[in-house]
Design a protein around this ligand. Structure first.
Ligand code: ZN
Length: 151
Protein backbone atom coordinates (compact mmCIF):
# COMPACT_ATOMS: atom_id res chain seq x y z
CA UNK A 1 0.00 0.00 0.00
CA UNK A 2 1.51 3.31 -1.00
CA UNK A 3 0.59 6.74 0.16
CA UNK A 4 1.29 9.93 -1.70
CA UNK A 5 1.78 13.49 -0.62
CA UNK A 6 -1.93 14.16 -0.85
CA UNK A 7 -2.42 11.77 2.02
CA UNK A 8 0.48 13.23 3.95
CA UNK A 9 -1.05 16.67 3.81
CA UNK A 10 -4.55 15.66 4.70
CA UNK A 11 -7.06 18.35 5.42
CA UNK A 12 -6.76 17.90 9.18
CA UNK A 13 -3.04 18.66 8.96
CA UNK A 14 -3.67 21.72 6.82
CA UNK A 15 -6.32 22.91 9.23
CA UNK A 16 -4.07 22.59 12.30
CA UNK A 17 -1.23 24.29 10.45
CA UNK A 18 -3.42 27.19 9.38
CA UNK A 19 -5.24 27.53 12.70
CA UNK A 20 -3.01 26.03 15.37
CA UNK A 21 -4.74 25.20 18.67
CA UNK A 22 -3.32 26.43 21.98
CA UNK A 23 -0.84 28.63 20.12
CA UNK A 24 0.34 30.90 22.93
CA UNK A 25 2.54 31.01 26.01
CA UNK A 26 1.49 29.88 29.46
CA UNK A 27 2.45 31.99 32.47
CA UNK A 28 4.46 30.57 35.39
CA UNK A 29 4.29 28.19 37.17
CA UNK A 30 3.88 26.32 33.88
CA UNK A 31 7.13 24.67 32.89
CA UNK A 32 8.41 24.81 29.36
CA UNK A 33 11.00 23.25 27.08
CA UNK A 34 12.49 24.23 23.74
CA UNK A 35 12.74 21.80 20.86
CA UNK A 36 14.77 22.05 17.68
CA UNK A 37 14.82 19.90 14.59
CA UNK A 38 17.97 21.05 12.77
CA UNK A 39 17.23 18.78 9.82
CA UNK A 40 14.24 20.89 8.84
CA UNK A 41 14.73 24.04 10.92
CA UNK A 42 11.64 23.51 13.08
CA UNK A 43 11.73 25.27 16.45
CA UNK A 44 9.09 24.86 19.15
CA UNK A 45 8.54 25.87 22.73
CA UNK A 46 6.02 23.78 24.65
CA UNK A 47 4.48 24.90 27.94
CA UNK A 48 2.87 22.48 30.38
CA UNK A 49 0.83 23.42 33.40
CA UNK A 50 0.62 20.42 35.70
CA UNK A 51 -1.92 20.35 38.48
CA UNK A 52 -0.91 17.44 40.66
CA UNK A 53 -0.61 14.62 38.17
CA UNK A 54 -2.91 16.16 35.56
CA UNK A 55 -1.95 18.14 32.48
CA UNK A 56 -4.23 21.06 33.26
CA UNK A 57 -3.09 23.11 30.30
CA UNK A 58 -0.62 22.81 27.47
CA UNK A 59 0.36 25.29 24.78
CA UNK A 60 3.08 25.95 22.23
CA UNK A 61 4.70 28.56 20.05
CA UNK A 62 7.17 28.13 17.26
CA UNK A 63 8.17 28.26 13.67
CA UNK A 64 8.51 25.33 11.37
CA UNK A 65 7.08 23.35 8.53
CA UNK A 66 3.41 22.46 8.25
CA UNK A 67 3.96 18.99 9.69
CA UNK A 68 5.77 20.20 12.81
CA UNK A 69 3.22 22.89 13.50
CA UNK A 70 0.19 20.71 12.84
CA UNK A 71 1.65 17.93 14.97
CA UNK A 72 2.29 20.33 17.86
CA UNK A 73 -1.25 21.68 17.60
CA UNK A 74 -2.73 18.18 17.59
CA UNK A 75 -0.46 17.18 20.47
CA UNK A 76 -1.79 19.99 22.68
CA UNK A 77 -5.38 19.04 21.90
CA UNK A 78 -4.64 15.36 22.61
CA UNK A 79 -2.87 15.65 25.97
CA UNK A 80 -4.85 18.42 27.65
CA UNK A 81 -6.67 16.96 30.65
CA UNK A 82 -4.71 13.71 30.59
CA UNK A 83 -2.57 12.44 33.46
CA UNK A 84 1.18 12.74 33.22
CA UNK A 85 1.47 8.96 32.66
CA UNK A 86 -1.23 9.01 29.97
CA UNK A 87 0.51 11.87 28.17
CA UNK A 88 3.83 10.03 28.27
CA UNK A 89 2.19 6.82 27.02
CA UNK A 90 0.49 8.73 24.21
CA UNK A 91 3.87 10.19 23.21
CA UNK A 92 5.25 6.66 22.92
CA UNK A 93 2.26 5.47 20.91
CA UNK A 94 2.56 8.46 18.61
CA UNK A 95 6.24 7.72 18.04
CA UNK A 96 5.28 4.18 17.02
CA UNK A 97 2.62 5.56 14.69
CA UNK A 98 4.95 7.89 12.80
CA UNK A 99 7.70 5.29 12.55
CA UNK A 100 5.28 2.70 11.19
CA UNK A 101 5.58 0.43 14.23
CA UNK A 102 2.06 0.71 15.58
CA UNK A 103 0.37 -2.65 15.05
CA UNK A 104 -3.31 -3.29 15.36
CA UNK A 105 -6.44 -1.38 14.44
CA UNK A 106 -7.47 -0.78 18.06
CA UNK A 107 -4.13 0.82 18.89
CA UNK A 108 -4.41 3.10 15.88
CA UNK A 109 -7.99 4.00 16.65
CA UNK A 110 -7.02 4.97 20.21
CA UNK A 111 -4.91 7.75 18.74
CA UNK A 112 -7.95 9.46 17.24
CA UNK A 113 -7.13 12.41 15.03
CA UNK A 114 -3.42 11.88 15.55
CA UNK A 115 -3.73 9.11 12.96
CA UNK A 116 -3.72 11.86 10.35
CA UNK A 117 0.05 11.94 10.76
CA UNK A 118 0.53 8.23 10.10
CA UNK A 119 1.57 9.04 6.54
CA UNK A 120 4.86 10.57 7.65
CA UNK A 121 6.16 7.07 8.42
CA UNK A 122 6.93 6.80 4.72
CA UNK A 123 9.01 9.97 4.78
CA UNK A 124 11.90 9.46 7.25
CA UNK A 125 12.87 13.15 7.18
CA UNK A 126 9.33 14.11 8.16
CA UNK A 127 9.20 11.76 11.14
CA UNK A 128 11.37 14.18 13.10
CA UNK A 129 9.10 17.08 12.16
CA UNK A 130 6.09 15.17 13.48
CA UNK A 131 7.75 13.92 16.67
CA UNK A 132 9.45 17.18 17.70
CA UNK A 133 6.44 18.48 19.64
CA UNK A 134 6.13 15.20 21.55
CA UNK A 135 9.82 15.08 22.45
CA UNK A 136 9.54 18.68 23.62
CA UNK A 137 6.39 17.90 25.61
CA UNK A 138 8.19 15.09 27.43
CA UNK A 139 11.05 17.46 28.26
CA UNK A 140 8.61 20.09 29.52
CA UNK A 141 6.85 17.55 31.73
CA UNK A 142 10.19 16.32 33.02
CA UNK A 143 11.19 19.91 33.66
CA UNK A 144 14.31 19.61 31.53
CA UNK A 145 16.45 22.72 31.37
CA UNK A 146 18.41 21.68 28.29
CA UNK A 147 16.91 22.27 24.86
CA UNK A 148 15.77 19.15 23.04
CA UNK A 149 17.21 18.35 19.66
CA UNK A 150 16.06 15.63 17.31
CA UNK A 151 19.70 15.18 16.28
ZN1 ZN B 1 9.80 20.16 9.64
Amino acid sequence: MSRDLDDLYQSVILDHNKTPRNFHELPPPASHADGHNPLCGDRLTVWVDLEGDTVKDVAFLGNGCAISKASASMMTAAVKGKSRAEAMALADEFQKLVTGKLEGAAERKALGKLQALAGVSEYPVRVKCASLAWHTLKAAIAGAAEPVSTE
